[in-house]
Design a protein around this ligand. Sequence first.
Ligand SMILES: *Cc1c(COP(=O)(O)O)cnc(C)c1O
Length: 385
Amino acid sequence: MNIESRLAQIGSLEDPATGGVSFPVYHSTAFRHPRLGQSTGFDYARTKSPTRSVLEAAAADLEGGDAGFACSTGMAALQTIFAMFSQGDHLLVSLDLYGGTYRLLERIMSRYGVTATYVDTNDLDALEANSRPGTKAVLIETPTNPLMMITDVAKVSAWAKRKGYLVIVDNTLLTPFFFRPIEHGADIVIHSATKYLGGHNDVLAGLIVTKGEELSKEMAFLHNSIGAVLGAQDSWLLMRGMKTLALRMERHQENSVKIATWLKAHEAVEEVYHPALPHHPGYEVQQRQTSGNTGIFSFKMKDARTIEPILRQIRLIAFAESLGGVESLMTYPAVQTHADIPEEIRRAVGVDDKLLRFSVGIEHVDDLIADLGQAIDAALNEIGG
Ligand SMILES: *Cc1c(COP(=O)(O)O)cnc(C)c1O
């Protein structure tokens, strides 16, 4: 069945007791055993809980994996995955990484002797050069944010298989609607479901999908042992959001391409980072491996002095962290999402004080362009440009 149908019908056939089209929220944390040695399949909700199970099965189905695990946040999902590693293990990780993932690796996993090297994950020579005896996995974000760097997941997976490394892909930005990394050789997919999957800026959640029996068993063990699981109410909210994912992603994509094209032609703008624009590095790989583009992109103003007034003057677009919701949000990565990444690393990849990141919502594109246009004009006026 096509993904649009599977998304719209999440949970709709799963409640035989009532036939409820929307799967109910089971708050129970404890489940009666019919008798000694018997179970309904549910014993204690940290291990397995009915509403969460429906979400987890949907996640595995959408990503083409074998098992899904819902966590309290995207960071909790990453922490659960990283718990697979032991002292002395080493990871190869995408440059221009989500700031929270960088912080988790550098300030927490490092205490347990798990280290990471940040490389352009699309460059096999760089990956090879930074491999070591303790290397266990490659962690890929594609596109990265804010700079939208693209990695060819099939190419890296083929290389990683030869080396015996796991491939973990953070698929938060594209979602399974546009990209399914497991089909390209990835072993584990992780999502901050807080973003596009939830889609309404109103629920924090993380998802993990694993491929293969052994890996799925190990992840089930870690998920239950660590306990950073998603509650029943939030599992339901997330499924409710996911039902409209296809429609939302199509509109996010359409709006973001139109606005990026408009900005590219604007004289006050130095550069636009959007994988759907043919001048973007990695454009061809992105076209080949995905069926569409995310609604987030970045742009660099020519004059850093315009940033503060733009963020003050936007009205419809909110100056706020996060991304992937129906409401448009604009972020200043250098001081917000990427503040935990040292300045040298940030500058080396190009996250500087002229860069803005735009998570384009599903409002009417003309209204968004009008808002951004008036904010840029006001900013240029203020700096006397
Ligand atoms: C937001 C985000 C995370 C962290 O997810 P939370 O739900 O905020 O914990 C991880 N990776 C990416 C790419 C993100 O955008």
